[in-house]
Write a protein that binds this ligand. Structure first.
Ligand code: C2G
Length: 150
């Protein structure tokens, strides 16, 4: 069984993430996703996520390509993860190209896959902020939606 691993925040899960996970799984038989903890995001990546670790973990576990979700708690854990989870292939989007080549020394294939263009969590946040700023209305509640077919 070929075991693949990838790491990320996966906040506001979108089709760019899904494309990555689908292609990562296609490289093997078992896909592990190390999802960044809330503390790691805040302290090391200076990202405030919309969804908590538990919520992001739940979303990822619902994806057909994902077999196991583990926490990513620091930058240093990758080396030991390769051995602890018997990883054959490490996969990241190519925005990280070259950054994790050191893992080859752990006997792991390192693969960078092309990012899906024009979608990112920060782009989603930006677009929603702009949209709200333009029309000034919050999301329409069900009470306000006229479902009368007449
Ligand atoms: N990704 C992609 N296409 C996009 C957006 C993201 O292929 N349009 C990929 C990224 O390249 C990454 C994965 O999806 O491989 C997760 O992206 P993020 O949640 O933004 O993760 P990141 O903040 O890059 O954290 O130790 C590694 C870090 O945890 C990676």
């Amino acid at each position: 069984m070929k075991r693949v691993i990838t790491y990320g925040t996966f906040d506001l899960l979108h089709y760019g993430h899904i494309n990555l996970l689908k292609r990562a799984k296609a490289l093997g038989d078992y896909l592990i996703v190390a999802v960044s903890s809330d503390e790691f995001n805040w302290n090391e990546k200076h990202k405030k996520t919309y969804f908590t670790y538990e919520q992001r973990k739940q979303l990822l576990e619902a994806i057909r390509y994902v077999d196991l979700v583990i926490p990513e708690e620091n930058w240093q854990q990758k080396r030991s993860d390769m051995h602890e989870y018997c990883v054959d292939t490490f996969v990241m989007g190519d925005d990280w190209k070259g950054k994790f080549d050191f893992l080859k020394k752990e006997g792991v294939e390192v693969v960078y896959l092309p990012r899906t263009p024009e979608i990112s969590t920060s782009q989603i946040k930006h677009d929603l902020y702009d949209a709200n700023a333009v029309d000034g209305k919050s999301m329409t509640s069900h009470e306000e939606i006229n479902t009368d077919p007449q």
